[in-house]
Design a protein around this ligand. Structure first.
Ligand code: GTP
Ligand code: MG
Length: 370
């Protein structure tokens, strides 16, 4: 691997190729311009020209791999919003999503796969919205914590008969830490004990002041069961996303986040990924933490096999070496070899960290030999 052509070496040294060929000849090495010489020979030659040749540290190669090149403004196109639904247990997050899906995508709704992958795309007036449900999955805790880049808008579901609860507060903190705009959906307004004002009152303490209370937090009273005000909620999501001017570059290799992952008996490691930039294609090689592999198949949120998927799209992928960690970022490599190489380096790095953090063991031998 550490080989360089005579020509490249000459260029790096700012010399004529013929000069380098001559220097090599004096060392008894007959080489043509396009011939490769090893690192040691190259550095000996370089020394003759007073240049110290240094090996590029591997670590830098890995860092360079993960460093994202900035997009050219002209490559950017509008992408649909990614909306995470958060809130306290049983406040109606899934019901709200079900109601939204039913009332808008009834035909595509059957099949159960949508729930299985936890991410779904809903089309409203020709606009797509990608929803991420957050059930009790541990998977999602990781994602909320690292979610700064993953979502654009958070729907905070608060049951009107229960009010602000511990997980409501946790959700607010996660959304704030991620810098995600919060839209409050005060749910279950059909219930006898519902009290919207109490919810708004309680939210003030956490810095969320409703618009009709003089603040700038959008609060939409809804009922998932009676399907009240769902249109208004969707309208607000589209309005906020328009203001955020969400853009992505579909003409590059994909990167994004692992939403969910598990080991499937028949299919091996299966991961749901959310593409945040670029386009992911079957045959691409990706890396996520220490997991890597060439994508064998992709399935969209409606259960259809797809060959490629663009920004803001959730897809299920097959072909990884192991089950990746939910919340981890994924990147596309040039080929499977590069993916494996980077994964190996990440494993190595993790091991080094592990060793550094392991307290040193003192054996009896050590004690007696002092
Ligand atoms: P977790 O995923 O466990 O955190 O719960 P969740 O927030 O997804 O709540 P889910 O949608 O499972 O709803 C919990 C219960 O509340 C169910 O029995 C729903 O039928 C009920 N529910 C949800 N929304 C409404 C609503 O608008 N009105 C009434 N009356 N009940 C509701
Ligand atoms: Mg749920």
């Amino acid at each position: 691997p550490e080989m360089v052509t005579v020509k490249t070496l000459a260029e790096k040294l700012n010399k004529q190729t013929s000069d380098v060929v001559k220097s090599l000849m004096l060392k008894g090495i007959m080489a043509t311009a396009n011939q490769e010489i090893d690192f040691d020979t190259a550095s000996e030659i370089a020394l003759e020209y007073n240049v110290l040749l240094e090996k590029e540290p591997e670590q830098d190669l890995v860092e360079a791999f993960f460093a994202e090149e900035p997009d050219d403004e002209k490559d950017l196109v509008t992408r649909s919003p990614i909306v995470v639904v958060m809130g306290h247990v049983d406040h109606g997050k899934t019901s709200l999503l079900d109601a939204i899906r039913e009332s808008n995508v009834t035909s595509r709704e059957a099949g159960g796969i949508t729930q299985h992958i936890g991410a779904s795309v809903v089309t409203i007036n020709d606009h797509d919205i990608t929803f991420l449900d957050t059930p009790g999955h541990e998977a999602f805790t990781a994602m909320r914590l690292r979610g700064a880049m993953a979502t654009d808008i958070a729907i905070l579901v608060v049951a009107a008969d229960d009010g602000v609860m511990p997980q409501t507060i946790e959700a607010i903190n996660h959304a704030k830490a991620a810098g995600v705009q919060i839209i409050v959906a005060v749910n279950k307004i059909d219930k006898p004990g519902a009290n919207q004002d109490r919810v708004k009152q309680e939210l003030v303490e956490y810095g969320l002041i409703a618009e009709d209370w003089g603040g700038d937090t959008i609060c939409v009273p809804v009922s998932a069961i009676e399907k009240t005000n769902l249109d208004q909620l969707l309208e607000m999501i589209l309005l906020v996303s328009e203001m955020e001017e969400l853009k992505a570059n579909p003409n590059k290799k994909a990167s994004g986040t692992i939403v969910e992952a598990q080991l499937d008996k028949g299919r091996g490691p299966v991961a749901t990924v959310l593409i945040q930039n670029g386009t992911l294609k079957v045959g691409d090689s990706i890396i996520a933490g220490t997991a890597y592999g060439r994508i064998r198949a992709m399935i969209d949120d409606k259960g259809r096999r797809v060959k490629q998927a663009g920004p803001s799209t959730p897809v299920e992928i097959l072909g990884l070496s192991e089950v990746p960690v939910a919340g981890d970022a994924f990147f596309t490599a040039k080929n499977e070899r590069e993916a494996r190489h980077v994964a190996d380096k990440v494993i190595e790095k993790n091991r080094e960290k592990l060793i550094q953090n392991t307290p040193q063991k003192v054996t009896l031998d050590d004690l007696f030999n002092q």
